[in-house]
Write a protein that binds this ligand. Structure first.
Ligand SMILES: Cc1cc2nc3c(=O)[nH]c(=O)nc-3n(C[C@H](O)[C@H](O)[C@H](O)COP(=O)(O)OP(=O)(O)OC[C@H]3O[C@@H](n4cnc5c(N)ncnc54)[C@H](O)[C@@H]3O)c2cc1C
Ligand code: FES
Length: 263
């Protein structure tokens, strides 16, 4: 599919927690084309010292209103500069990019693990599963209750939501991978095991989830968010080692079969 480049107006921009922001863009045809798990490459305006675009997964896309939303965490100068963008400003984006998730047609019970802002690229997947009549459980992880910013949108979808906080301030006290493993074992005991798992979050979260899914025979996909330069497959800055050789996270991924990744 062609990657489009569009100048998009910012419709709203809101701080969700100390470090997390949500930005809403009028994204024209990109909003109609984007598939769950794909991302956009955004040029930060008036940021000439850093010419490289920054990649962000699409959190929500509405093909009727042509609106997309991204949720981002401030980690460096580019994302800090983004917090200064105002409604009515425009940003140049390229997209949609990447392969997205491969929700199996026949799946009945789906487990989705989203840690931190890793909960963004799995939202449209959860919606797709829910719309297809699948039984969807979403495990959301954050360090603290204040950083757990995705609970409401997922509850509004009507999926089962399990929240985990590292400091125990809300929901399951501990890592989201431990909460997810409990859910996996409970589903198996109930005779309704999960038959697909999607994971996005920090590297250790994906590695641990990939490991227990392999052990328990659950097909698992992960979103490998490497540092990216071109975002279109040309520069090789985003390669990772797989059982099938080196692959580019931007265009061969970012979603990979977890068993294909050399952890
Ligand atoms: C496909 C993809 C989808 C992404 N989706 C989201 C999203 O939905 N929300 C979100 O908040 N972030 C997302 N990211 C990460 C986001 O692109 C980076 O946080 C951002 O580019 C950092 O820019 P910066 O100028 O603020 O930081 P920089 O000054 O460039 O870097 C600051 C710190 O962040 C680290 N960093 C930078 N880029 C990445 C990266 N790609 N992965 C891990 N660490 C990185 C650097 O190593 C450094 O420690 C995604 C990344 C990829 C590759
Ligand atoms: S970012 Fe250039 S090849 Fe992936």
């Amino acid at each position: 599919m062609a990657i489009l480049q569009r100048e998009c107006e910012i419709l709203s921009h809101e701080q969700l927690s100390g470090t997390t922001w949500r930005i809403e863009l009028s994204a024209k045809d990109i909003a109609c084309l984007v598939q769950p798990g794909q991302f956009i490459h955004l040029r930060i305006p008036e940021f000439e010292e850093h010419i490289l675009r920054r990649p962000f997964s699409v959190f929500q896309a509405d093909s009727n209103t042509h609106v997309i939303r991204i949720v981002y965490r401030v980690v460096g100068e580019g994302t800090r500069r983004m917090t200064e963008l105002a409604c009515g400003d425009t940003v140049d984006i390229m997209g949609p990019i990447g392969n997205g998730w491969h929700l199996p047609n026949g799946a009945r019970r789906v487990l989705i693990i989203g840690a931190g802002v890793g909960a963004a690229p799995v939202y449209e997947l959860a919606k797709q599963g829910q719309n297809n009549g699948m039984d969807v459980t979403v495990v959301l992880g954050a360090q603290t209750h204040a950083e757990l910013v995705f609970e409401k949108p997922y509850l509004d979808l009507g999926v089962d939501v399990i929240c985990a906080t590292d400091d125990g301030s809300y929901g399951f006290a501990g890592f989201c991978t431990d909460a997810a493993l409990e859910a996996v074992d409970a589903a198996k005991t109930a005779g309704e095991p999960f038959d697909y798992c999607a994971v996005c979050g920090p590297y250790p979260v994906m590695r641990i989830a990939a490991s227990f899914c392999r052990e328990k025979g659950i097909p698992c996909e992960v979103s490998m968010e490497r540092r990216m330069a071109c975002g279109i497959g040309a520069c090789l800055s985003c390669v990772l080692d797989t059982t099938d050789g080196k692959k580019r996270s931007c265009v061969d991924g970012p979603v990979f079969d977890a068993n294909e990744v050399k952890w």
